[in-house]
Design a protein around this ligand. Structure first.
Ligand code: DLZ
Length: 176
């Protein structure tokens, strides 16, 4: 264990959340047949990690473009260990989707760094509704390519644990 050739490993419990943690989920209403399924995936994943329903706050915004501002305000409250952003940007006839997707990605990344907490990019950027449905829990017609809402929640759980381990505040610890 103390072999100097083995790097120290900051280990966090990747599947359980520390007690008292609260998580916010911001969901875009645009393409809500998709985003509702992503929200269901995210809340299921958070419950699996031991988070009670009352520790999860859900905020709806009109579309993905509005996710970063809402996420930023939620992060600024200091009440949440992570903010999970969920949206579905689907290609249309114009390049509108590209502008939205780029703004959302960079807005979320900026909020995470400026506020110093995990802000998760659970935003689909798809060619078609069928592609989005497949990534939001799937259907018989569209196939199954996971649930990106659940995956964003899993990433939030891991990052909360890792940051707590780095700060030395949780069950996670630096292993020598
Ligand atoms: C306007 C628009 C378009 C064309 N497409 C999407 C989309 O695929 N996914 C999404 O979440 N939102 C879309 N929106 C709405 C914008 O995100 C935003 O809500 C409006 O432009 C108002 O700012």
């Amino acid at each position: 264990m103390n072999d100097p050739s083995v790097p120290r490993l900051l280990e966090a419990a990747a599947d359980r959340l520390p007690d008292g943690v609260r998580v916010a989920v911001v969901v875009a209403r645009w393409n809500d047949s998709v985003t509702r399924q992503m929200l269901a995936g995210a809340t299921w994943q958070l419950a699996e990690a031991g988070l009670p329903a009352e520790a999860v706050e859900v905020a709806w915004v009109p579309g993905a473009f509005e996710l970063p501002l809402a996420a930023d305000r939620l992060a600024a409250t200091g009440s949440f260990a992570a903010v999970i952003c969920l949206g579905a940007v689907i290609r249309g006839e114009t390049r509108h989707d590209q502008y939205i997707a780029q703004a959302v990605a960079s807005g979320i990344e900026q909020t995470a760094r400026q506020r110093g907490l995990p802000v998760l990019f659970g935003v689909l950027t798809c060619e078609s509704l069928a592609q989005a449905i497949a990534r939001a829990g799937g259907s018989a017609a569209d196939g199954f390519a996971g649930n990106k809402g659940a995956e964003a929640a899993a990433a939030a759980i891991e990052m909360i644990g890792l940051l707590a381990a780095i700060e030395g505040r949780s069950g996670g610890s630096a292993r020598a």
